[in-house]
Ligand binder design. Structure first.
Ligand code: NCD
Length: 308
C-alpha cells in the first residue's frame, strides 16, 4: 500500500492510488458490516471535529473506526461548543487535539481549512468537507458506488446535476473520476456552473465535458446521474434559493423516457431535487451509497494509520 499522511483532497491522488483505496474498501465489507471481527486499530483513537452539521460523514467515520476495533472522541458542533466559540484559531485547536488522538477528521466551513489543519497537525488529518472546496471521502465513496453498481469506472458517461458551484462532494468526485476514461455532462443553472479550477484539472487530463442546463436532454446520453442539492447556506444571495429551488428535479417519469437504466446517485440530504418516486427505480443507488462510506473511511483510516 502507498504511504498517505493526510487526505485533504482528491486533486493529487493518482488513478493507481484511487484503485488501491477502492480495492481495500471492498475487502473490508465483512468487517464493516459486522460479519467479521477486526482489532487492527485497537490501540488507535480518532477525533471527529465538526464545525458544520453532518449525519452520514460523522457516523460512517465513527462506525468505521469502531468496526476496526479503534476508539472515538467526537465534537459534533464545534462552532458553538468548542473553544472556537471563544475565538480560538484553527491552528491552535489542531495543535491541541493532536495531543489526544492518532487521527483527526475535520469538517469546516472554510475552503482550505483541511490544508491548514494538515500543516499544523502532528497526526493525520482527513478532510470531511472544507467549505466549497473538497469532500474527498465522499468523492471516493461515490466512485466506489459507481464501480460496484456498474462493474468499473472506465468508459462511463456521468452527469452531475444541480449546484455544481458550491457542492464540494461534486468537486471531489469530478477530480477523482477525471483520472479515468469518463465523459462528463455538467447540468446546472448558468449561475451555478462548476468552478474553473475544477474544469482546469478536467481539461489537463483530457477528459471531455459539456455544460448544459437541460437535464432531460442530458439523460439521453448518460450511464450515471449524480444529483446534488442547492447549497442554500453557501449562496452569495440567499434569496436566490427560491429561484433555483425546483429548477432541477429528477423524477421517475424523466428516467423512464430513456431506454437505458441509469445509475442514480445523491450525496444526501435531498431536499426536493430528487423525487421520492425514484426510490424504487432499478438504478437508484443512493441508499446503498452510505454503506460505501463506511468502507472507504475504514480503508483510509487503515492507510493513514499505517495498518493497511
Ligand atoms: C454533503 C456535505 O456536507 O458536503 N453531505 C454529505 O457529506 N453527504 C452535502 C450536503 O450537505 O448537501
Amino acid at each position: 500500500m502507498f504511504k498517505l499522511k493526510h487526505l485533504t483532497g482528491l486533486k493529487d491522488l493518482s488513478k493507481q492510488q484511487i484503485i488501491q483505496i477502492l480495492d481495500l474498501s471492498e475487502d473490508l465489507e465483512d468487517v464493516c458490516s459486522g460479519r467479521k471481527k477486526s482489532n487492527v486499530l485497537e490501540d488507535q483513537l480518532m477525533a471527529t471535529f465538526f464545525y458544520e452539521p453532518s449525519t452520514r460523514t460523522r457516523f460512517s467515520f465513527e462506525a468505521a473506526m469502531l468496526r476496526l476495533g479503534g476508539s472515538v472522541i467526537s465534537m459534533a458542533d464545534a462552532k458553538s461548543t468548542s473553544s472556537a466559540w471563544k475565538g480560538e484559531s484553527l491552528p491552535d485547536t489542531i495543535r491541541t487535539i493532536d495531543n489526544y488522538a492518532n487521527v483527526i477528521v475535520l469538517r469546516h466551513p472554510e475552503a482550505g481549512a483541511a490544508e491548514t489543519a494538515a500543516k499544523w497537525s502532528k497526526v493525520p488529518v482527513l478532510n470531511a468537507g472544507d467549505g466549497t472546496n473538497e469532500h474527498p471521502t465522499q468523492g471516493l465513496l461515490d466512485m466506489l458506488t459507481i464501480r460496484k453498481e456498474r462493474g468499473g469506472l472506465d468508459g462511463l458517461r456521468v452527469a452531475l446535476v444541480g449546484d455544481l458551484k458550491h457542492t464540494r462532494s461534486i468537486n471531489s468526485v469530478i477530480l477523482g473520476l477525471s483520472n479515468f476514461d469518463v465523459e462528463f455532462t455538467l447540468v446546472s443553472p448558468p449561475e451555478l456552473e462548476t468552478s474553473e479550477w475544477i474544469l482546469d484539472y478536467v481539461r489537463r487530463r483530457h477528459v471531455s465535458y459539456t455544460c448544459t442546463s437541460d437535464l432531460r436532454a442530458a439523460l439521453k446520453n448518460v450511464d450515471v446521474v449524480y444529483v446534488c442539492r442547492i447549497q442554500k447556506e453557501r449562496l452569495e444571495k440567499p434569496e436566490d434559493h427560491e429561484r433555483f429551488k425546483g429548477s432541477y428535479v429528477l423524477n421517475r417519469a424523466m428516467l423512464e423516457e430513456v431506454p437505458q437504466v441509469i445509475t442514480v446517485l445523491h450525496h444526501l440530504p435531498r431536499v426536493g431535487e430528487l423525487s421520492e418516486d425514484v426510490d424504487d427505480y432499478p438504478g437508484a443507488a443512493y441508499f446503498r451509497q452510505p454503506f460505501n462510506g463506511v468502507l472507504v473511511r475504514a480503508a483510509l483510516l487503515e492507510i493513514v494509520l499505517g495498518k493497511a
